[in-house]
Design a protein around this ligand. Sequence first.
Ligand code: HEM
Length: 496
Amino acid sequence: MFIILTLVFVCLFILYVKHKYFTSRRSIPSLPGHFLFGNLLQSGLLRGASLPQVYTSFKNKLGDIYEIKLGFFHGIVVGNIDDVKYIFTHRHIYDQNDWSVELLSVFIPDGLITLKDAKFKRHASIVMPLFRHGKILSNFDLIINCTDELLNNWRSSSSDQIHCDILQQSQNLLLEIFGFIGFDYDFDALGGTENNELAQALRNYLGMVEIGSYLPNFLFRAYMKFSPKYQRIQTTIKRYLYRMMEQELTETPESRAQRKKTSLIASLVASLQTDEQAEERKSEEEKKGLIRREILGEMLMFLIAGFETTSTALTWSIHLLSKHPEVQQKIKAELTKENVHHDLILDRFDSLIYLDCVIKEILRFSPPVHAVARTLTMNDRLPNSGIQLYKGDQILVSLWTLSRDSRYWSIDPELFYPERFLGEDKNHNPYAFFSFGSGHRQCIGQDLARFELKVIVARLMQYVTFIDGGPEVNAGGHVQGLTVMPKYVGVKIKFD
Ligand code: HEM
């Protein structure tokens, strides 16, 4: 009897999963998928393909709009630029994506990116002002000093050495910089051991996001709860978060009040509510500041956001510069022309127009974040393609595919050519290139990221030339994580 009941239960469960997750009820183009896997096997993701490669191959087969099923994740990929514009300008219909909120909540339960509505506004009012353009400029010298430390490390190596650890070096640099900017804390990521403990823990932490991307959330949560590896990583990261918070708590209230307009950690700790239990009982509308758990959540979110995305962009920068010596020469010529050959000063920084184009071209050619996602809050029809969508549908817009779509660019988008932004592609359609997202949930760290990249690349170009290490070690390729990182970067570093 027990066996029969178990069999009936298993059959009903399979039917439920098949009906809920693996039955297409749409007239949207799609490839027939497999039970439990959807299109995961066809996509090549399990064999190491990246999501940009998958979107490009599906687009070639199915057109601008198609449905994709990657394990338990089902999304509708929209690549028609007018519909893309419509999505990002109708925030009441297309809100923050539920799937990524569920997935990221496992890692960052109280970080801005996983919040919506009133709670999002409460957190945003505390952290957003710190990322305004004017606030960021004061970090200029700090970014230069950290970059100089990296240059010093490189100086001690032989000029024939091929550096294949550029991703790791970039991550260490960005961790060091963001430690100071965000937390007034020295992670010693460049001066200490090569394999910084926190950088390594964050790398492993983010490596786990991929496992969860295609599983139902409850299964992933259960896996994480019992994974000793995850528990170990979490303990390491928490140790740093508590240390930084404790360090800030030793500051006087006066010092904190003074610094809270410019320092993330001071602003977060200044918002700490002393009676946490009373705070938990309040309705969202009554709440004002943050409780300890929420502060730790925000610290972790900014640590990850400040570390991962910009270091990926920097690694792409070094790889692409090594492949384009002519671009390096032009940056160096601009630095000389603007008389910033050895002293890089903020006043002259805006005049580096060609360098701005290079940074833009790097972000267009290899956007670190592969896609932006939204979830429908009600039924809707896309105005251009006429596709009917339903409440709860997950929409994906592939940044990579749009920025390489020849319909939206005058100069071949497969070319790495920064000059395009001075001429023919200066007035490109804004929805063909938005590596920081768009609309009400666009990246709040974008001014900081652009500024960091520009200062770092300018400083590097004042002293070194990156030389292509050869077709195999410097082949590029993709590693799919939270961001799309280059797989093979191998360069020689020549001091000028
Ligand atoms: C090159 C570097 C970066 C890239 C390419 C990037 C890209 C993105 C993208 C595509 C989104 C989603 C936007 C959307 O849904 O419309 C995002 C969100 C976000 N980013 Fe960035 N980002 C970068 C650096 C940073 C930095 C340095 C920070 C802060 C330290 C940061 C903080 C955030 C936050 C808090 C969100 C969530 C915003 C929200 O949910 O409303 N990002 N970023």
